[in-house]
Every structure is written in structure tokens, then in C-alpha cells.
Design a protein around this ligand. Structure first.
Ligand code: 4AD
Ligand code: MG
Length: 480
């Protein structure tokens, strides 16, 4: 008896051998054909039942969603749809699924909207689309580690609970063990966090960067890959309140080196998925193309999902300074005709996703790395340029996604960093340890953060970020 996953049975040539397979019933037709899936592949294994030789009561329990154990012989299939199938000799129902209740869920065979599937996120992984997305997500995670490990980076686990606001944007979820109904107060009548669990105010991390910098100053090249949290109230298709970020940080590396690293890394993980996720990508490619065809012509990308992935792998990312980008945007048609929601009037303007997408999708038509942004619209830790008004920042913009990477060369000069922090009212006492890294052997160093879900969005072609993470967290939603 060969115990096999569905994927293994489907690829096997061990004809006339006995196989044992577990899985969930995807469909059962003509009282004869079970389509069995166990999550190992997008494809189902056809299990054929000679119903006259089986107990009728047992056969009634073969319903969509039920968990079954099948023992039988692997044979070449008579049908056109599949190469092999199992002739069932023995069948056990391991877990029933009541058809009346199944009807009320997304397990029922009819087509469901992505919104409906989101309401049943605990079951949606049993659909073809979500099975494919989650397998891809898993492979992409592995590719991330594989890239950095092959290139001699060390994986560091930065804290989830922290006392600092890495981005200085104040979009944090508080962590507290105080009784919110009667918190202790200090003499000024404010909540006394000295009496809280950590003896200070703490929050969920928005980024592991500052801690990663400290570790890069000893381990040389490091990366984080963990959950990050933002309490920004953005109800968009590209924002989550809980998302996973990959943050490499490299000592003795400047902004150009940082761009090279980001580009090489992204191309590697994309190639990896092309090589290791063929079936799932083919399925998602078809899905993407159907979705595209339903869109108005002007909104179509004109490329299939697989073509888009190949396009990014095969082409150099276009490197453009912020100043050049502003000139392009100021003079472009949608700006002049006031089609943008935010009209670009002068240098210094923050770019909105409509501008980023114009640059990538309409103007350059390829991934773009924008660099040297105005200091005023970027975080405190970025390296000030000689011009005194721009910083060595970079954002990578992707078609259909907008910003996928944000990074910079870091301000390594203690006095310049201290001045900047003063300017922004960032308390030196809060970041004393960060400043220490500039006191003891400071050096040029750089890093970036890649939003993992935005990468998964790009590879799967899903238009909403809520559909590429198992249990999405966004304003008003923390179900499951
Ligand atoms: O641009 P961000 O805010 O940069 C940082 O946090 C830096 N500390 C990174 C670094 O240099 N080490 O975020 C980085 C990336 C963005 O480009 C985006 O892909 C993703 O994280 N991101 C989000 N993804 C999903 N939901 C959100 N709310 C996100 N906010 C940022
Ligand atoms: Mg950013």
C-alpha cells in the first residue's frame, strides 16, 4: 500500500499498485466519480466507485466537503480530463459534511464573489483560487529565505512589542496590560504607564528596521521577515492593519547598492515561483485573464499574469530621481487636465498612488525606482544629501500595485541625525540605543522594506490585498 498525497498519486506511474489517499470531496457525480483534493496541488484526484459493490448508506455520506480515506488501485484513466485515477476498493468517511449546512457556505459548488469568500475565510482555502494563492504565498516565503541565506544574510527576529515608533508616523496599536476601565493615573491626571507591564508605553511594531540596523552593525548583512502593524485607517486594496514585511539591512552599502539588492532579490523570488508553482500560476493566469477581459479596455494591462511576471524578470527597473518624476508629472496630460485627485503643482509634493501608477503604468511602462525624495516627506533616519533638501530614499513602484518597496541609505552621521530628531521633536531618550550605533563605529549602511502581501498580490494577480493573507485585518475586521 502506497500512502500518497493527491499530488504524488497524480504524478505516479506505479500502475496497478494499491494507493491510500486522504482528502476532502470537491465534487461527487453520477454516484461514481469523487473529485478528491488534499491541498497538495490545485488538481483533484478522480476516485472511481463501483457503486453496486458499496453500501448505499456509506455512499450517501460522500458529500461536498466531507473528509474521506480512499484505498484503491492506480490506473490509467479512461476519461480525457485526467491521466490517472483510483479505482476505489475501500472507502471511509472520516468527517461528514451535512449537505444542508454546506449549502449555506462557500463550499457549495456555485461561484462566489471574493467578498463572500472573505466572510468565510476559514473555509475559502478549500477553493481553487485560495488554495493556489496560499500555496504560492508559502513558496514565496521560502524563496525569500532562500535568497538571503544563499547571499550570506543573517535572519534576525526583531521585537513585535516595542517602545519606539520606527517610522515616526504615529500609526501604532497600543499594547497594555492596564485595566482600561480604571487605569492608574499620575499626578497630572494622565494614565500612568509607569505602572503598566513594561513600565512604559508600548505598541506593536510598525517596522523592525531600527533594531535591524543595530544588528547589521555587528552581523554585517541581516534581514527580518515578520508581522508588522499599522493603525492607519486606510480602507484600500493595498493596505492591511497587519502585514508581513521583509527588511534587509546592509552595513557598508550605499543607496545604489541598496537598489541593486532590491532588484536582484525581487527577480530571484519571481523566478523561483515560475519554477516551483507552475500549476497554481497557470490557474491564476487564467483567472486573471478572465477578470481582465471583463474590465473596460482602458483599465486592462494588455498582458497576462505570466507575461507580467516575465516582464519584470527580463527588464531593468527604471531608476528616476524624484525631481525628474515631478517634472514628468507636472507636465503630463492627467495633471494638466486636472484628472488627478491631487494636482501636482510644485517640487516637494508628496506622491499619491495615482501619480505612482501613472509613472509606472502609463509613462515608463515598467517597474520604477524613484530616489532622492524631499527630506520633508520622508522619515527621520534617511541620509541627507549634499543639497541639504533631499534624502537618499528609494521607493520601488510596480504596475498594478504602486509602492512595493520603501527604503533608504541611513543617516550615519550622529550630529546630522540628532539635528533631524530635534527638528521633528523625536525624544533622544527614547532612541538612545539607536544613537549609540552612530557613536561606536558608525558606517554607511542601507536597507529597505518590502511589503510581502503586495508581492503576493503581484504574483497572484489578485486586485485586493485582503485576498492574499489567510485572515486579513483591516478597519472593522478582526474576525477569526
Ligand atoms: O514604506 P514603509 O512604511 O517603510 C518602512 O517601514 C521602512 N522602515 C522599511 C525599511 O527601510 N526597512 O513600508 C515598507 C513597505 C511598503 O513599500 C509597502 O510595500 C509595505 O511595506 N506596506 C504595507 N503593506 C500592506 N499594508 C500596509 N498598511 C502597508 N504599509 C506599508
Ligand atoms: Mg513607504
Amino acid at each position: 500500500m502506497i500512502q500518497a498525497k493527491v499530488a504524488e498519486a497524480l504524478n505516479s506511474n506505479q500502475f496497478l499498485q494499491e494507493f491510500e489517499v486522504n482528502g476532502w470531496v470537491r465534487s461527487y457525480r453520477s454516484n461514481r466519480f469523487i473529485a478528491l483534493n488534499d491541498g497538495s496541488t490545485i488538481n483533484n484526484l478522480q476516485c472511481v466507485i463501483d457503486f453496486e459493490n458499496f453500501n448505499q448508506e456509506l455512499l450517501k455520506r460522500i458529500t461536498v466537503g466531507a473528509a474521506v480515506n480512499v484505498k484503491g488501485v492506480l490506473v490509467e484513466s479512461q476519461g480525457q480530463q485526467q491521466r490517472v485515477e483510483i479505482e476505489v476498493k475501500e472507502l471511509k468517511v472520516l468527517g461528514d459534511a451535512n449537505p444542508e449546512e454546506v449549502k449555506l457556505t462557500i463550499l457549495s459548488p456555485k461561484r462566489h464573489s471574493l467578498e463572500k469568500l472573505r466572510e468565510q475565510a476559514h473555509l475559502r482555502v478549500r477553493t481553487n483560487t485560495f488554495g493556489a494563492i496560499m500555496r504560492l504565498r508559502s513558496k514565496l516565503s521560502f524563496a525569500v529565505h532562500s535568497y538571503f541565506q544563499q547571499n550570506n544574510f543573517h535572519y534576525v527576529n526583531t521585537p513585535i512589542i516595542t517602545g519606539s515608533d520606527a517610522e515616526g508616523a504615529g500609526e501604532m496599536f497600543r499594547v497594555s496590560a492596564l485595566d482600561m476601565n480604571k487605569p492608574p493615573k499620575n499626578e497630572e491626571g494622565e494614565i500612568d504607564y509607569k505602572q503598566d507591564f513594561f513600565g512604559k508605553e508600548t505598541n506593536l511594531t510598525v517596522s523592525g528596521q531600527l533594531e535591524a540596523e543595530a544588528y547589521a552593525m555587528g552581523l554585517g548583512q541581516v534581514y527580518t521577515f515578520g508581522p508588522t502593524f499599522r493603525a492607519e485607517n486606510s480602507n484600500t486594496s493595498r493596505h492591511l492593519a497587519e502585514f508581513w514585511m521583509i527588511e534587509p539591512e546592509v552595513a557598508f552599502c550605499d543607496l545604489a547598492g541598496n537598489m541593486d539588492l532590491a532588484e536582484d532579490f525581487i527577480k530571484y523570488v519571481l523566478k523561483y515561483t515560475l519554477e516551483h508553482c507552475k500549476d497554481d500560476l497557470e490557474f491564476l493566469d487564467k483567472r486573471f485573464n478572465t477578470e481582465e477581459a471583463a474590465k473596460p479596455k482602458a483599465q486592462r494591462t494588455g498582458m497576462s499574469l505570466l507575461e507580467k511576471i516575465h516582464f519584470v524578470i527580463d527588464n531593468n527597473f527604471k531608476r528616476v530621481s524624484y525631481t525628474e518624476a515631478i517634472e514628468i508629472l507636472k507636465n503630463c496630460k492627467p495633471n494638466k487636465k486636472k484628472k488627478f485627485n491631487y494636482i501636482i503643482e510644485e517640487w516637494g509634493a508628496d506622491l499619491q498612488s495615482e501619480h505612482e501608477r501613472f509613472l509606472v503604468e502609463k509613462h515608463f511602462k515598467c517597474p520604477v525606482i524613484l530616489f532622492d525624495y524631499p527630506a520633508d516627506i520622508k522619515a527621520f533616519y534617511m541620509r541627507l544629501n549634499e543639497d541639504g533638501k533631499t534624502v537618499r530614499a528609494m521607493d520601488i513602484l510596480f504596475p498594478g500595485i504602486g509602492e512595493i518597496v520603501g527604503g533608504s541609505q541611513r543617516e550615519e552621521r550622529l550630529d546630522v541625525l540628532q539635528n533631524k530628531m530635534k527638528e521633528l521633536n523625536i525624544d533622544e531618550k527614547e532612541l538612545w540605543w539607536y544613537l549609540d550605533t552612530r557613536k561606536f563605529g558608525t558606517c554607511v549602511h542601507s536597507g529597505f522594506g518590502l511589503g510581502f502581501e503586495r508581492l503576493v498580490q503581484f504574483v497572484t494577480g489578485m486586485s485586493n490585498i485582503r485576498d492574499v493573507i489567510p485572515f486579513p485585518r483591516f478597519p472593522g475586521h478582526a474576525e477569526f
